[in-house]
Design a protein around this ligand. Structure first.
Ligand code: PNS
Length: 169
């Protein structure tokens, strides 16, 4: 047996990055689909200190851990820095992103090309389930803040967290 074989087969890894403030059913759909395509999916909350979230990074991580527990091959963590550095540190060659509509495409393409130019990491776009093509964390937060029904757009645990946060206001 040579040295390489003793390390076992290389796991195919991908990352699903985002702010996840909070995780929605749209995010979960992409994570679930990525988890079928890769051995390990790293769901990473990218920390952006200039953007104040509704939920703290720790709260977002906890919600993500609970709602992705059923997949078995999803690891949830946060990172402060460039996404390509997160990928380099963990030897991850692929970023998986959902594309909701043409309006997402311009910026996503720019980021994909920048990330590829910086480090060679590839971005794979997954077409969002049309049920969630209008869905974003920002809209969920706005509708929930005004008492609108978002129960069909987020997992029950997230709905509970949103309701609790708004009761605290
Ligand atoms: O959920 P979001 O806010 O649409 O996610 C955007 C995110 C966090 C994936 C993107 O802003 C990002 O990758 N930020 C990390 C910093 C970075 O690498 N910036 C250069 C992008 S080319």
């Amino acid at each position: 047996m040579n040295g390489l074989e003793s390390e076992g087969p290389k796991l195919r890894r991908a990352v699903c990055p985002g702010s996840y403030d909070p995780v929605t059913n749209g995010h979960l759909d992409i994570i679930a689909r990525a988890s079928k395509l890769y051995d390990v999916v790293h769901v990473v909350v990218m920390i952006n200190q200039s953007k104040k979230g509704l939920f703290t990074v720790e709260e977002r991580l906890e919600l993500l851990r609970q709602v992705t527990a059923e997949y078995g091959n999803v690891e949830v963590e946060s990172f402060h820095g460039l996404l390509v550095d997160f990928c380099k540190e963990r030897d991850i060659p692929a970023i998986v992103k959902g594309l909701r509509a043409v309006s997402d495409f311009d910026y996503e393409l720019q980021m994909a090309q920048m990330n590829n130019g910086l480090s060679g990491v590839e971005t794979l776009f997954v077409p969002t389930n049309p049920t969630y093509s209008f869905l974003s964390s920002s809209l969920v937060k706005e509708v929930a803040a005004w008492g609108g029904d978002v129960s069909h757009l987020v997992p029950p645990l997230v709905l509970e967290a949103l309701n609790k946060r708004h009761r605290e206001d």
